[in-house]
Design a binder for this molecule. Structure first.
Ligand code: ADP
Ligand code: ZN
Ligand code: ZN
Length: 734
């Protein structure tokens, strides 16, 4: 007799055994429906053991088998098992989150016929006679159908429009079976590349490509090249060679980097099927991409972090652009790092992986040093752009008005008069980060987070940037009643207002989450900038990546001090990366660019190193410091986080866990295990929840893993009101 051992999407570190009725024998890796409590749930069969740990009478029975075949490929199955164990996540969480939502909910994994909308004869008449012109959207949808049918649920018009048209019998559906035509078949006689768009590589690029092509099987490469050195061109030519061997390619990009321009660059190079996985896809579209990759219909998938879970029929290469980017780390649920998973995956599949960056993460640079990754350097810009100059402005020695020093204003004047654009970075949206009482020092704070509310002048509101709460702007101090309230600190909104007064003759575009909240706003703002309609650009780091503004000749980081003195040991690395990124924005065309940083601490050694000797010298120094202090990548970390409405409960739980590890440390004779906490998180309260954390650190990753594994096997989770989660290799200690 066999049993089904099943993983469920529940946050428990265990599997569940079920009996199998006669004649029902699922494959390992197939989905099944099982009873769970009083409900039915979808589970994934992970083993078919001969025996169960529970007495047979206590076992419930599998209700239905959903898949005749395993739903995961063998390699993805192995990867997810590895990941669940490394990141100490419930296997069910890892397996389920790798599936498109529709499959999690039980939809068939066999590709169904597609349903399309078409215009009926009545609809054609209506369109011709003009009765629809008043209902603008319906008219647009019907007009689109007049050109060609559109797939139901996979088009730009929303469902309400279609049902209105259907109601009037103007449209109808029809089915079309999907024939999984491979991307090669679809090409027919067309060549893989549109060769006229291919660039002739310079010497450095040719050498780099040569090394990459020479690689047989697994190899991890850091393509370390300054912005504009032609990394993307190398990816494209490497992808070309991979496609020529009949293999597919996965390209991972940061969230912010997945712009229409990026995708366009790939599409204009290749004639092959390219699919994009981004956050705006609906569930139908996601399932479609999943099917297309799995059945070999698409040749290239470009996507953000979770695209690592795309199944491929024959993957031959993984490319990760901007490998240092923080968005590759998943920060909710089970917290994997897509770059690190991708390296493990490439190794399993025995294929090359290329990680590109102008500012490699310290982790990656360390992996180069210890020989795990091969290093390919591109030191020159490929186009004819010249390198930028940079300068530190000492705010202590200047007249400063609303964050702007007189030196910076003078430089802006010069560049603007010459017809150039100027870009200012400030990582704080809103008008001012706080509103305070001039008489007694009272500060308007969020009642749910204990943090100052941000003053938003334009929306006439005080908003909390940590939870979504909002309040009217107070007229009086909440303590002494004084009406003398003043803003303090500087946000993008205020910067915009100050600059409007100072430079009335120029147009300003501000790009932050507030100014781009409405759909299409970001694109239209970017277009204004590209066309030169606005001359002064203000942005948060949304603006730092992926956008090319050839007429920007001056970039300023308005205030870098908060990064120099942060509780997060990665803050300096991030500042250095931001600096290099924005420097890459300046003077990309023929024009010479300049970057300035405003600070009260121009003598800061890492800042000096960065500006005088460049990112790699900075990284060397920063790595030395990390080494001295025993911080990652010279140690491994794991962070327990607990949240509760009752602060004491969260603290207690973490203290209990800390006690477990103190015991473990003794028992295993591991004096190098550091146990830090329980302590309040840097954001000690968020949306009414009190947050505590416990950090574990060990020079050996293997030992830390062993400690965590023992913990999960031995720790008894008492049900409590505390939300607990564990972040292995945390990127963000807040
Ligand atoms: P990166 O990805 O390193 O930022 P890109 O591949 O985007 O660099 O190249 C930067 C610019 O230089 C692009 O406009 C690109 O078209 C151009 N470029 C890249 N390689 C070459 C080359 N070999 N010859 C001429 N121009 C090139
Ligand atoms: Zn007061
Ligand atoms: Zn709040």
């Amino acid at each position: 007799m066999k049993f089904a051992r099943v993983a469920l999407a529940v946050p428990l570190m265990r599997l569940f055994d079920y009996a199998l009725p006669d004649g029902l024998l699922p494959e390992v890796g197939a989905r099944v429906i099982v009873p769970f409590g009083t409900q039915k749930r979808i589970g994934i069969v992970v083993a078919l053991p001969e025996q169960s740990d529970l007495p047979v009478e206590q076992l419930k029975t599998v209700i239905e088998i959903l898949d005749q075949q395993p739903i995961f490929s063998a390699s993805m199955w192995n990867l997810l098992h590895w990941a669940a164990s490394y990141y100490q996540a419930p296997l069910g969480d890892a397996l389920f989150s790798a599936l498109p939502v529709k499959l999690r909910n039980g939809e068939s994994a066999v590709q169904k016929p597609k349903i399309f909308w078409k215009l009926t004869a009545l609809g054609q008449e209506a369109l011709a006679s003009g009765v629809l012109t008043k209902a603008k959207k319906q008219f647009a949808a019907a007009s689109a159908l007049a050109k060609s049918p559109l797939e139901k649920g996979n088009n730009e018009f929303n469902a309400a429009i279609w049902s209105a048209l259907k109601e009037k019998q103007y449209i109808d559906t029809f089915e079309q079976p999907v024939q999984p035509i491979s991307w090669q078949q679809r090409l027919q006689d067309e060549p893989i590349v549109k060769a006229e768009n291919r660039l002739l590589l310079n010497k450095q690029q040719s050498l780099a490509l040569g090394r990459l092509l020479f690689q047989q099987g697994f190899g991890a490469f850091l393509l370390d090249g300054v912005t504009g050195s032609g990394k993307t061109e190398i990816y494209l030519q490497l992808i070309e060679e991979t496609l020529k061997k009949g293999k597919q390619v996965l390209v991972l990009v940061p969230e912010i980097g997945l712009t229409p321009q990026t995708v366009q660059r790939f599409r204009s190079r290749f004639n092959v099927e390219i699919d994009v996985l981004h956050s705006n896809l609906n569930d139908t579209q996601r399932l479609d991409v999943w099917q297309r990759a799995r059945t070999g219909q698409s040749a290239v998938i470009i996507g953000t972090r979770s695209a690592i879970f795309t199944p491929f029929s024959e993957l031959g290469l993984i490319v990760i652009d901007e490998e240092h980017d923080a968005s590759f780390k998943q920060q909710e649920g089970w917290r994997y790092h897509a770059r690190d998973l991708a390296v493990v995956y490439a190794k399993q599949l025995n294929i090359p992986i290329v990680m590109g960056s102008a500012t490699p993460s310290l982790e990656t640079l360390n992996n180069v040093r210890n020989g795990k990754y091969q290093h390919i350097v591109l030191s020159q810009r490929a186009g004819n752009a010249s390198m930028v100059q940079s300068q530190l402005i000492d705010l202590k020695k200047q007249q400063v008005v609303n964050g702007l020093s007189s030196t910076l204003l003078k430089k802006m004047d010069e560049q603007l008069q010459n017809g150039n654009q100027v870009l200012l970075f400030l990582n704080r949206r809103g008008f001012a980060p706080a509103l305070l009482c001039h008489e007694c020092g009272w500060i308007a704070t969020c009642a749910h987070c204990d943090k100052p509310l941000t003053y938003h002048q334009h929306q006439r509101a005080m908003r909390c940037h940590h939870c979504s709460s909002q309040k009217p702007i107070p007229r009086q101090c909440g303590d002494c009643g004084s009406t003398h309230l003043v803003t303090t600190g500087l946000g993008t909104e205020q910067l915009e207002q100050t600059l409007k007064e100072r430079f009335p003759q120029y147009r300003i575009t501000r790009i932050d989450r507030d100014s781009t909240a409405r759909k299409g706003k970001l694109e239209s703002h970017l277009e204004d900038i590209r066309q030169g309609k606005s001359q002064i650009l203000i942005g948060t780091q949304m603006l730092a990546k992926g956008h090319h503004f050839p007429n920007v000749t001056l970039v300023a980081l308005i205030n870098v001090d908060s990064s120099l003195f942060s509780v997060d040991f990665r803050a300096e690395e991030r500042l250095a990366q931001l600096y290099v990124q924005v420097a890459g924005r300046a003077g990309r065309a023929e024009k010479q660019g300049e970057v300035v940083l405003q600070t009260h601490y121009p003598e800061h050694p890492l800042l000096q190193r960065l500006l005088t000797a460049g990112y790699h010298a900075f990284a060397d120094d920063a790595l030395k410091m990390r080494h001295t202090m025993g911080l990652p990548p010279f140690s491994a970390q794991a962070l327990f986080k607990a949240q509760s409405r009752k602060s004491q409960e969260a603290e207690q739980l973490l203290n209990d866990i800390a006690a477990y590890f103190y015991q473990w440390k003794q028992a295993k004779n591991q004096p190098h295990l550091q146990i830090l906490g329980a302590m309040p998180a840097p954001f000690a309260k968020k949306a009414d929840y009190f947050r505590w954390q416990l950090l574990l650190q060990h020079p050996s990753r293997a030992w830390l893993q062993a400690a965590l594994t023992d913990f999960h096997q031995q720790w008894e989770h008492k049900s409590s009101q505390v939300r607990l989660n564990l972040d292995v290799d945390p990127q963000d200690l807040s």
